[in-house]
Design a protein around this ligand. Structure first.
Ligand SMILES: NC(=O)c1ccc[n+]([C@@H]2O[C@H](COP(=O)([O-])OP(=O)(O)OC[C@H]3O[C@@H](n4cnc5c(N)ncnc54)[C@H](O)[C@@H]3O)[C@@H](O)[C@H]2O)c1
Length: 439
């Protein structure tokens, strides 16, 4: 039994600066959305920090405050935004190019969006091969580039009068990489920065610069980034919370809703075929097989970890799982994801489920970005450090302690998230045992 004890959480005073490598579709939809909500022009649909409640005590107590009233979160009015991109477009131009939000809606927040001019990026074409841009830093080596990012961070904080910062990677998906020798310790990593080790990705230089500047870091893409001993040790040593990887939106979100349901009723699955069409820049980058491989790894692992074929060989051992992403420009950000699921029931009789999800990627991702930066900042003020497993709820490939398999079932993830907040505030955890109602 976990005894309730209240953690000391520093108040959310002053401004929180949100720093974003990658001012593309997701980042601009997030920023424009926050500005629209601040002005009372739209609702923050999809955000737990803005809309969800949390039950405290017994079901009969009738106590369900909003999460935002229960834990001390930064108010939207106290958020300021900045970031880096390889293109020179300001956030208004980038949002207009992304064509996620309607132009008239964007125009009503044109002022604050135009004010966000991306800083020069740390970029390496061999990591993101389908795009190239002029707004890129030059440096003697990767250590020099990391130093330039740290200087950007320092200046941003000072110029905007921020009391705290959080960084979230919304940049393109980098090519697939496995952890190498240079990732195994901070010492090796710092030597690698000095010697320009090709195994150090741009996203890793951002993560290093954030952590060395005392800034918590989240990764919205499936890249390896800070999921390596060198950077995880650094985060722990500097008492910084981190989380990742790959925002759980679209098809994988659907998968983590349906698969736990099938398994909970002990229904078998022969095959799961998933295919997508999308036409935004993310789709273009993922058209490169090596970038897609990074995505595929996170998308494929989900079913295995939810269905546990080792524990249930009769139901899931021979499951054939395939995931495709097809770049199809006419659709822009409005993706279509099809799932064909071949299941079987009592005595092995086959059935099929078809899902056709006409979703909007960035509309699903934007509230996740908002919740992650607010919760990461909360974790920082509460003195939580290292991987924040309770934020798994938001990710396709949740980071975990070494040797621990990730929890993918979204309902368990939600319980974990809410219990973490209850624990933080010294409230009793909710186990859903419910015996007290029947004594
Ligand atoms: N939208 C979703 O539902 C969703 C879900 C999961 C993950 N993601 C991931 O989020 C990321 C952003 O998605 P998006 O739709 O906004 O893509 P996007 O292509 O619109 O934006 C990415 C931006 O990152 C910039 N960039 C690339 N490398 C950079 C670097 N080294 N430094 C600074 N900027 C860099 C690109 O120029 C581009 O403007 C992608 O990696 C995507 O795979 C998105």
């Amino acid at each position: 039994m976990v005894e309730p004890t209240k953690t000391k959480v520093a108040p959310a005073d002053g401004k929180l600066g949100i720093l974003i490598p990658g001012i593309g579709a997701v980042a601009t939809t997030f920023i424009a959305g926050v500005e629209l909500v601040k002005q009372g022009l739209a609702q923050p649909v999809g955000s737990l920090t803005q809309l969800a409640t949390i039950r405290l005590g017994k079901r009969t107590d009738g106590k369900s405050p909003y999460i935002r009233d229960f834990v001390p979160l930064t108010k939207l009015n106290d958020l300021v935004f900045g970031g880096w991109d390889i293109y020179e477009d300001n956030a208004y131009q980038a949002a207009s190019n992304a064509r996620v939000l309607e132009q008239a809606q964007l125009d009503s927040v044109k002022g604050p969006l135009e004010a966000i001019q991306p800083m020069k990026a740390v970029f390496d074409h061999s990591y993101v091969r389908r795009i190239d841009g002029p707004n890129v830093k030059k440096g003697a080596n990767k250590r020099d580039l990391a130093g330039q990012l740290m200087e950007d961070i320092r200046q941003f904080k000072q110029k905007n009068g921020c009391s705290r910062l959080a960084m979230i990677w919304c940049g393109s998906t980098e090519v697939y990489k496995k952890p190498a020798a240079v990732h195994q310790s901070l010492d090796a990593f710092e030597k690698g920065l000095e010697t320009n080790d090709p195994e150090i990705a741009p996203s890793q230089i951002y993560a290093y610069a954030a952590l060395q500047s005392g800034v918590p870091f989240a990764n919205g893409a499936p890249n390896l980034t800070h999921d390596i001993p060198a950077l995880l040790d650094l985060a722990r040593d500097l008492n910084l919370p981190v989380c990742g990887k790959d925002f759980k939106t679209g098809q994988t979100f659907m998968k983590t809703l349906v698969a736990p349901g099938l398994k909970s009723r002990m229904l078998g699955v022969h095959g799961w075929f998933s295919t997508n069409i999308l036409g935004n820049r993310d789709g273009e980058v993922l058209d490169d097989p090596d970038a897609f491989k990074t995505k595929e790894e996170t998308k494929l692992s989900v079913l295995d970890q939810i269905l546990q074929p080792d524990l249930y060989p009769d139901l899931y051992k021979n499951l054939f799982h395939s995931v495709r992403i097809n770049y199809y420009p006419p659709r822009g950000d409005s993706k279509e994801g099809w799932d064909n699921i071949d299941i079987f029931g009592w005595l092995g009789y086959p059935m099929q489920i078809k899902i056709d999800f006409l979703c909007r990627d960035s509309i699903l991702a934007a509230p996740i970005v908002l919740d992650l930066v607010l919760f990461l900042d909360l974790a920082h003020r509460a003195g939580l450090r290292g991987i924040q497993e309770w934020l798994s709820f938001y990710f396709k490939a949740p980071m975990t302690a070494p040797g621990l398999y990730p929890e993918h079932d979204i309902f368990i993830q939600l319980m974990k998230l809410k219990n973490r907040l209850r624990h933080l505030m010294g409230e009793e955890l909710i186990t859903h045992l419910g015996l007290e109602y029947y004594d």
